[in-house]
Ligand binder design. Structure first.
Ligand code: OGA
Ligand code: NI
Length: 339
């Protein structure tokens, strides 16, 4: 079954499983995705900050994702990370396979196969990054600049993730400091993805099948277009344009849990780019590996009963081997049965 079809079925299942049916006709997926200038998020002027927070809150609610510009991560740091990733993937198979591992709990893992059920046509390197001094020792020593370039990017993206989650928490009415410390000291998990050029005759070829990400938010940089998103009431895939200098942000399963369903995690996939090979770097952000996340008590009341059971990143890792080729969002398995 082509992944596009399975993605649509999946979305329909998700909608059917939700507590209300959508009466409105499906929204056109061609609506432009929001691009938000976050330059004034760090502003001392609370009114200027509030406007940005409002834009972010709306984007999270309506689309589950947005792109940010004026985010403070320099072009040279961004390009450095893409170069480091590209140089790593250009190295010999032997060098890369030194990082191959069956242990999904390992600190670093390289793979080219579809064993995970969602990698259709990609190779990837995954590793942790925060705090950098704990994890960098597991990273590749070659290419020689890898640790420096990827490390600079990881630190900047971690900083940005704390700033953005603060804004999202404020938008939820929980206040900008809600979970800041736990997220600041929390998990940063990076996935470097390498996709071959697609054939223009073959039509859309899926590199990475539909899924939602673990954690609160993912910040993603792509070297060229290929990422596609489908929010819960969309009925088709929307391509995410590769805007030079912008970073794409989307919501993960734990944001859905924390917000008690006010926000939803975003279904997304990657298709092969028919013009060129493509690299993306996804950085997933959450609380510590063993920390349980539950619905914020402030967002639970008689009209909004608790929708999800608590879970940790470890629970997610236990779920992964059970989800091969089923494309369920982890968060679906956390829903209380209220039938
Ligand atoms: C991921 C992911 C999308 C892409 O790594 O989780 O969704 O564009 N990547 O590579
Ligand atoms: Ni993803």
């Amino acid at each position: 079954m082509p992944a596009a079809v399975s993605g649509r079925l999946l979305t329909r299942n998700i909608n059917m499983a939700s507590s209300h049916q959508h009466q409105q006709p499906p929204r056109a997926s061609s609506r432009a995705l929001p691009v938000i200038n976050i330059g004034r998020l760090g502003d001392n002027d609370p009114a200027a900050r509030a406007l940005v927070v409002q834009d972010i809150a709306r984007a999270c609610r309506d689309r589950g994702c947005f792109q940010v510009i004026n985010h403070g991560v320099s072009k040279s740091v961004m390009n450095g990370a893409l170069e480091a990733a590209s140089e790593f993937f250009d190295m010999s198979t032997e060098h890369k396979e030194a990082f191959a591992s069956d242990d999904i709990r390992g600190p670093i893992r390289y793979d080219t196969s579809a064993r995970d059920g969602i990698s259709k046509c990609r190779s990837f390197l995954k590793h942790y990054a925060n705090p950098l001094q704990d994890w960098v020792k597991f990273w590749p020593k070659q290419p020689a600049s890898y640790r420096k370039k990827m490390g600079m990017y990881a630190v900047e993206i971690q900083r940005l993730s704390v700033q953005l989650t603060g804004a999202i928490m404020q938008g939820l009415g929980l206040g900008p400091m809600y979970l800041q410390e736990k997220l600041g000291a929390g998990l940063q998990f990076m996935a470097l993805n390498n996709y071959p050029q697609g054939s223009s005759q073959a039509g859309d070829t899926v590199g990475l099948a539909p899924h939602s990400d673990y954690g609160f938010i993912t910040i993603l940089m792509q070297s060229s277009p290929g990422l596609e998103v489908m929010h819960h009431d969309d009925d088709a895939w929307t391509p995410v344009p590769a805007i030079p200098g912008a970073l794409h942000v989307h919501l993960g399963d734990h944001m859905e849990v924390l917000s008690n369903g006010r926000l939803r995690s975003l279904l997304h996939r990657a298709i092969l780019n028919t013009d060129e090979a493509r690299i993306s770097i996804a950085s997933l952000h959450g609380v510590a590996i063993d920390e349980k996340v539950s619905c914020a008590e402030e967002l639970v009341d008689e009209r909004h009963p608790k929708l999800y059971r608590e879970s940790s990143f470890h629970d997610f890792l236990d779920f992964l081997p059970t989800n091969v080729n089923t494309y369920r969002r982890f968060v679906e398995t956390l829903k209380f049965d209220r039938a």
